[in-house]
Design a protein around this ligand. Structure first.
Ligand code: DAH
Length: 337
């Protein structure tokens, strides 16, 4: 029986099926119910006990070899037949039916600018706990932002809220303990505000966080200056005004020269020539400590901007509600943006 098996092994090694049918014939010959392998297994029952182990192994080897040959050659026909189909893979894709939402366009463009500077995109949950939205960010217990008028509560005690800003993602990333950090976090935020042309209860922000050794306010200024030149065009001026946020110290708000009137004064900039686009600052040492980062060794900067606001400036849109109404007459204007 061993000789028989060896002979079959030698015979099939060189087997090459010319087509699918020949391969199927091969399979039937060896592996079907009435095929050679079944016959050999029947014969195997007669084998003397001391020979069984060796014989069994040989027989299995034969069976596996045949299966391997079939699998291997099947691939050959699959790829061949794919090539023969009517589908022309070199054709351009059909034009997409629809277009990106302006907020997605703006978000992607902002992301791309920061990605080129080495920032990576981070995400965090929209339903958050008090710690990540407020406590870890140095908001005192009686801070008005925690007030019912501002925050949507999912449950009270434990406090589960809809995040009111993407700054919560700062905490999520710092907690992971991997340094340095250079992230941007785009996302949806929620505030219990009356809907008007200038405010909505759902809107979008992009957060930025950079933590490393020796990060200074100069780095913050240069990064944001670069962003503005890229996004609003070279020559756009920036100015920083002192401000206050619980999680940054020094804090600032950044204005750009009005991109609509070029600084001359118009309705959008309320005739000041400047429009505010973001809040920023040097991370307060308390924030770093809350996330187990040594503020003696590391410093960082953060910034946060509203995507709707940037989009309104970029496309001269004067009513925030347009972004949420899904009116095709509005959305179609961004088809080629
Ligand atoms: N989270 C702030 C807001 O929603 C915006 C902000 C300000 C984010 C300063 C920052 C920052 O990271 O440094 O109004």
């Amino acid at each position: 029986m061993i000789d028989k098996i060896e002979k079959i092994l030698a015979d099939i090694k060189a087997f090459q099926a010319d087509n699918k049918e020949a391969l199927e014939q091969f399979r039937i010959q060896y592996l079907s119910k009435k095929g050679t392998i079944t016959e050999l297994f029947t014969e195997f029952k007669q084998v003397a006990p001391e020979m069984r182990k060796e014989m069994g192994m040989k027989l299995n080897e034969l069976k596996n070899t045949i299966q391997d040959i079939i699998d291997e050659q099947q691939k050959k026909f699959e790829t061949k037949s794919e090539g023969k189909t009517d589908i022309d893979l070199s054709l351009p894709v059909y034009a997409m039916n629809g277009s990106r939402h302006p907020l997605s366009i703006v978000r992607n463009e902002i992301n791309d600018i920061f990605k080129r500077l080495g920032f990576v995109v981070a995400e965090g949950p929209e339903v958050e706990d008090d710690f990540h939205v407020f406590s870890a960010l140095n908001f005192p217990p009686d801070h008005p932002a925690r007030d019912m008028q501002d925050t949507f509560f999912v449950t009270k005690s434990p406090d589960v809220v809809l995040r009111t800003h993407t700054s919560s993602v700062q905490v999520r990333v710092m907690e992971q303990g991997k340094l340095p950090i250079r992230i941007i976090a785009p996302g949806r935020v929620f505030r219990n505000e009356a809907i008007s042309a200038r405010a909505h209860c759902i809107f979008h922000q992009i957060e930025g966080l950079y933590i490393d050794k020796n990060v200074s306010f100069a780095d913050l200024k240069q990064t944001l200056y670069h962003f503005v030149q890229e996004y609003f065009g070279e020559g756009t001026k920036v100015r920083f005004r002192p401000s206050y946020f619980p999680f940054t110290e020094t804090s600032a708000e950044m204005d750009i020269s009005c991109n609509i009137c070029g600084g001359e004064g118009c309705n959008i900039c309320k005739h000041t020539g400047w429009v505010e686009i973001l809040g920023c600052g040097i991370c307060d040492p308390n924030i770093l400590k809350a996330c187990n980062i040594d503020p003696e060794e590391y410093t960082g900067f953060a910034f946060g901007m509203g995507i709707e606001r940037i989009a309104m400036l970029k496309y001269q849109i004067n009513d925030l509600r347009l972004f949420f109404e899904n009116d095709l007459r509005f959305l179609k204007q961004f088809e080629n943006a």
